[in-house]
Design a protein around this ligand. Structure first.
Ligand SMILES: Nc1ncnc2c1ncn2[C@@H]1O[C@H](COP(=O)(O)OP(=O)(O)OP(=O)(O)O)[C@@H](O)[C@H]1O
Ligand SMILES: [Mg+2]
Length: 280
């Protein structure tokens, strides 16, 4: 059997004001196996979100020219029409972004927003969709579910809102979750909780995750394999540990070693605090 996700020679050119287009993603190929967490890392503007959007068929058709192939469970996504894509989104592949506010309606109770996603994909009555939504709230650690269910987004914390979005994203049991900087808007404590939640979900349900994040700490804790992206191309790949210990590029070394590590961890695995960060 092939990979769950197989991306081949993906190239994305954005139209610009002038006659020349801008190549944001350049002949990129990778795969994600069932149950695997693959991390995408790279500097701002290197093309990560463009890749994520392309996988869900969400790039603007007028201004983004895409070539290559994206196979999800053997089916080619590029070239699918909007109706086919809508069926797939949520049920086979889901996306969560940095800002949960963008995904949520401010005017609707959050439990009902989850129930709506289920209703759109399943032939269940509203009562059953609501009850499934309540169970999902517990699944993502939001309790008491009854109080949360009836809340509006503004009545919840940022971390709680991101959990609501995650509950929506996994509500129809997709095989692949694309998470684009999912913890970037959260405080450190909420970030840690969210990482644990994703890990548990992967371990318990076999969910595959394409994890886009700048944070070495997040990638170290979640990703089985990392792809390092620069100027729309993969420049190297491997486990976090391998890339950390023995990077082929300075770009990778600087990215993995910078920020958020305690100041005395330059020697790597000898530091206790550092060890803790890496223990899965
Ligand atoms: N709709 C668009 N039209 C034109 N250019 C775009 C569009 N979207 C992105 N770009 C350009 O493509 C490049 C890649 O952008 P992208 O958002 O994929 O980067 P990124 O790696 O996700 O960055 P960040 O880490 O800051 O989120 C950037 O130079 C960006 O300006
Ligand atoms: Mg981005």
């Amino acid at each position: 059997m092939g990979s769950l996700l197989e991306v081949r020679n993906l190239t994305i050119d954005y139209a610009t004001r002038g006659s020349e287009s801008f190549r944001a993603v350049d002949d990129l190929s990778f795969h994600v196996e069932a149950g695997e967490v693959v991390g995408l890392m790279g500097e701002s503007g290197c093309g990560k979100s463009s890749i994520a959007l392309a996988l869900l068929g969400l790039l603007p058709r007028k201004t983004a020219k895409i070539s290559g192939s994206v196979f999800l469970a053997g089916r080619e996504l590029l070239g699918m029409n909007e109706k086919e894509l809508q069926k797939l989104r949520g049920s086979e592949i889901s996306l969560i972004f940095q800002e949960p506010e963008i995904a949520l309606s401010p005017m609707m109770r959050v439990g009902e927003q989850i129930a709506e996603v289920i209703h759109a994909h399943r032939r269940w009555n509203w009562k059953r969709c609501r009850s499934e939504a309540a169970q999902l709230l517990e699944r993502v650690g939001l309790e008491p579910a009854v109080r949360i269910f009836d809340s509006y987004p503004h009545q919840l914390s940022g971390g709680q809102r991101q959990r609501i979005v995650l509950a929506q994203a996994i509500s129809c049991k997709p095989a692949l979750l694309v998470a684009d900087e999912p913890t970037a808007s959260l405080d450190v404590e909420s970030q840690n909780e969210f990482i644990s939640l994703l890990r548990n979900l992967r371990n318990e349900t076999g969910l595959s995750i394409l994890l886009i994040s700048h944070s070495p700490a997040l990638q170290a804790r979640l990703a089985d394999r990392l792809l390092v992206i620069r100027n729309g191309q993969i420049i190297e790949s491997g486990s976090f540990e391998r890339l950390f210990e023995n990077p082929a590029h300075d770009y990778t070394r600087l990215m993995l070693r910078r920020k958020k590590w305690p100041a005395n961890t330059t020697s790597g695995h000898t530091d206790l605090e550092f060890e803790e960060q890496f223990t899965r």
